[in-house]
Design a protein. Structure first.
Length: 141
């Protein structure tokens, strides 16, 4: 690994508060255990910056009943609403639900070839604090 500044798991365990403080207020931290297990620790701000490019691209259409449909590229999700705003709210909630489900059953989803690429997008959703923030990740034409 090119990064030469890392702490052993023993050092982290013995100085856990300092490790967290440094990761949150100074810079990302790296811990190594048994010379093979490497863990990066980031502040929420740093992680949000890393994930910023993982946004959703969507397409609007109308159905035969004049409902707005919102679909996302590369995701099997479809949101429906009487208005675009209603459909956008629905999509944000679907993304939140899917992100939570993915996280809860991480091993299954991450190791599924058709779902692995969703990981950074859904982690970006999970770093948000509100539905409004999740909606801001969706760019639909």
């Amino acid at each position: 690994m090119l990064m030469e500044t890392y702490l052993s798991s023993t050092e982290v365990r013995n100085n856990f508060s300092e490790f967290i403080d440094s990761a949150v207020h100074d810079r990302p931290q790296v811990m190594i255990r048994n010379k093979r297990d490497i863990v990066f620790s980031f502040s929420r701000e740093h992680l949000t910056e890393i994930l910023e490019r993982y946004q959703f691209t969507g397409t609007w259409t109308k159905d035969e009943e004049e409902n707005w449909l919102l679909t996302l590229d590369n995701f099997d999700l479809i949101a429906i609403g009487k208005s675009k705003e209603e459909a956008l709210d629905d999509m944000a909630h679907q993304l939140i639900d899917y992100a939570k489900e993915y996280y809860e059953d991480f091993s299954l989803y991450y190791n599924s070839p058709n779902r692995r690429a969703h990981f950074p997008y859904l982690l970006n959703v999970l770093t948000r604090e509100t539905t409004v923030e999740v909606k801001s990740l969706i760019d639909a034409n």
